[in-house]
Design a protein around this ligand. Structure first.
Ligand code: S3P
Length: 172
């Protein structure tokens, strides 16, 4: 049976770009969960964090992913913190092939930096912050069903690796 393809990894690991590319090749729907939350709440993620707090954001995120996973299989990309919230991975396992896009903190920081709206990275040394996030999340990310290294690869190569995984392991 076909499963969702769900991508986890640090902000800046390339989840959205590679996921979008893989979805296009597979003819799958692509869902960027941050974008969906911003559209539904009509607020940028940074304002949701600032005005309602991180816990409220995590709850919106948990519910959105739950609802996407109960629908037809697609390529789904939650924000980098989703996998580290207790219960989320367990709930997705069996319904989604979970793939960890692995990037070194230095690489993730350099890719994430230009794209602005990431409250957990704002105003601090981004590499140090990425290292901290990875230290806390590594075990969750590594619990994924498969790993794709993104450091030396182009978005096209990572997308192609995702397509191959979707075909060989997720019934696409
Ligand atoms: C977060 C990552 C962001 C976004 C929010 C929190 C995190 O998504 O969900 O800023 O905790 O790592 P990206 O991973 O797409 O940047």
């Amino acid at each position: 049976m076909r499963q969702h393809l769900l991508l986890v990894g640090l902000p800046g690991s390339g989840k959205s770009a590679a996921g979008r590319m893989a979805a296009a090749t597979l003819g799958a729907r692509f869902v960027d969960v941050d974008q969906l939350i911003e559209e539904q709440e009509r607020l940028p993620i940074s304002r949701i964090f600032a005005e309602r707090g991180e816990a409220a954001f995590r709850e919106l995120e948990r519910r959105q992913v739950r609802s996407i996973l109960s629908d037809d299989p697609c390529v789904v990309v939650p924000g980098g913190g989703w996998a580290a919230q207790s219960g989320n991975l367990e709930e997705a396992s069996g319904r989604a092939l979970i793939v960890y896009l692995r990037a070194a903190p230095e690489v993730a920081a350099s890719r994430a930096a230009p794209h602005g709206d990431r409250p957990l990275l704002a105003g601090r040394d981004p590499v140090a912050r990425m290292r901290e996030l990875l230290a806390r999340r590594r075990a969750c990310y590594e619990a994924a069903d498969a790993v794709v290294d993104t450091g030396e690869r182009t978005v096209g190569e990572v997308g192609a690796a995702l397509v191959a995984l979707a075909r060989s392991k997720a019934g696409w």
